[in-house]
Design a protein around this ligand. Structure first.
Ligand SMILES: Cc1cc2nc3c(=O)[nH]c(=O)nc-3n(C[C@H](O)[C@H](O)[C@H](O)COP(=O)(O)OP(=O)(O)OC[C@H]3O[C@@H](n4cnc5c(N)ncnc54)[C@H](O)[C@@H]3O)c2cc1C
Length: 405
């Protein structure tokens, strides 16, 4: 399957490449590309065939993402979020009704938004204040999420909240599948998009603040993790390991794209009467870049298959954390080195390098910072819950790992 899907992605890449600067300049969401991805069956390709998808594995998705990230980081993010993360959580843990409902939207071109981060709860995500209190057969959602990728353009939202019973007693953290279509003017009462961050890169993707004021959700849209709400956040975050593989793959793909630009330029540009490609200083830089990209690719592919057989066995937490950490830091360096090889030209916007450099800077921050990933990896090596993670996101995921052993 990977071969065919990668072929489809390669066919689309030249068009995506031409449009990439426009999304960056206008800060518009890449709707044209989303339509092309939908028509090509790439939106929701990881959804099982029983729900209308193609049952592509995370490795298949990663291979497609790399091809697209080489030319357009923004579009690659759409592909990741339409196949990994929120939609994986639903496909892994959802009821039949939840799976069928979400599959329908994603296959029609929706990129679900995953809503965890709050102004007071970033790395320490379990300190979230958003609540969902039971009232009859509904939950009432109150709170605020920020830095939500796709906020304002996504229709499906997986909103994490503290689940309270009717008496107000906390049951744990759960995820709610919430439909809200601000672009189409169809949102539940009390839901609002309160603002959009201006970002240095990935400019066509809205990073929005979402507010919930007494938003009512039918109880059937609570995504029930297998071991119940008490450990709900840890279980649901397992699904997030696939998104980490996706994010790392985007970073690696951008680096691979930059490497290719650099390779061509070294052969073409002459100084001192010779092509740049003949200078050993640049040859060795290029060799290091290539080696680093290749190492990241192997780590990411390893992580993509680390969940075992079956498309929706989630990647192992530590393997995914390692791969994302390595790929995201590697990509910043490799893209910077590629830009360096272009001299002044790389610093200007005639070439895509400056955009790629701004885009790729994000991947050591979003989806678990490099510091938090190191904390998780160290915790896993040592077999302990590290003190700096005790109240946070790392604890929840490390706990899953430790419990599984
Ligand atoms: C472009 C982008 C898209 C995003 N998309 C989403 C999204 O769709 N959904 C969503 O829910 N969130 C999203 N986020 C939010 C992202 O997950 C958070 O930014 C991230 O978890 C870090 O939280 P913070 O920004 O509040 O930083 P903080 O947690 O305040 O951290 C600040 C700094 O301190 C470091 N730090 C914090 N704790 C520790 C520790 N224990 N040990 C060592 N260092 C530590 C961090 O690594 C960081 O360098 C996105 C962020 C970005 C930039």
């Amino acid at each position: 399957m990977a071969h065919r899907l990668v072929g489809v992605a390669r066919d689309l890449a030249p068009v995506f490449e031409k449009r990439a600067a426009e999304w960056d300049r206008t800060r518009n969401y890449c709707w044209d590309n989303v339509r092309a991805l939908t028509d090509a069956g790439i939106m929701g390709m990881s959804i099982p065939q029983a729900y209308g998808g193609q049952g592509a594995s995370f490795l298949d998705v990663a291979m497609v993402v790399e091809e697209i990230a080489k030319v357009c980081t923004l579009t690659a993010r759409v592909v990741v979020e339409a196949n990994m993360g929120g939609i994986s959580a639903v496909m892994g843990y959802g009821t039949e009704a939840q799976k069928a409902y979400c599959a329908r939207y994603v296959l029609a071109g929706d990129k679900p938004a995953i809503c965890i981060t709050e102004p007071g709860a970033g790395s320490a995500a379990t300190q979230m204040q958003t609540t969902a209190r039971k009232r009859g057969n509904r939950y009432v959602l109150n709170g605020c999420k920020h830095w939500i990728t796709g906020g304002g353009v996504s229709k499906l939202h997986l909103v994490f909240a503290r689940v309270l019973d009717e008496a107000g007693t906390e049951q744990g953290i759960g995820g709610f599948i919430l439909f809200a279509d601000p672009a189409g003017g169809n949102v539940p009462e009390g839901f609002s998009v309160a603002g959009r961050a201006r970002t240095m890169g990935l400019c066509g993707m809205p990073e929005a603040e979402l507010r919930f004021k007494d938003v009512e959700i039918d109880a059937q849209w609570l995504l029930q993790p297998p071991s119940g709400l008490k450990r709900g956040f840890a279980d649901l975050m397992n699904a997030y390991n696939s998104q980490r593989v996706g994010a790392g793959t985007i970073a690696m793909g951008v680096a691979a794209g930059a490497l290719e630009h650099a390779r061509r330029y070294l052969l073409e540009r002459e100084q001192f009467g010779r092509p740049l490609a003949e200078f050993q200083g640049l040859q060795w830089m290029l060799a290091d870049m290539d080696t680093q990209v290749h190492a990241a690719r192997l780590m990411l592919h390893d992580a993509a298959v680390s969940g075992g057989a079956g498309g929706h066995a989630f990647p192992d937490m530590t393997t995914a954390a390692r791969a994302k950490l390595f790929a995201s830091e590697m990509a910043i360096k490799v893209v910077s080195d590629a830009l360096q090889m272009f001299g002044a030209r790389g610093y200007g916007d005639e070439e895509p390098l400056e955009r790629m450099y701004r885009d790729v800077r994000m991947f050591t921050i979003g989806g678990g910072t490099a510091q938090i990933l190191r904390t998780q990896i160290a915790g896993s090596i040592l077999g302990i819950r590290t003190p700096q993670a005790r109240d946070g996101y790392a604890e929840a995921t490390a706990a899953t790992r430790l419990a599984a052993e």
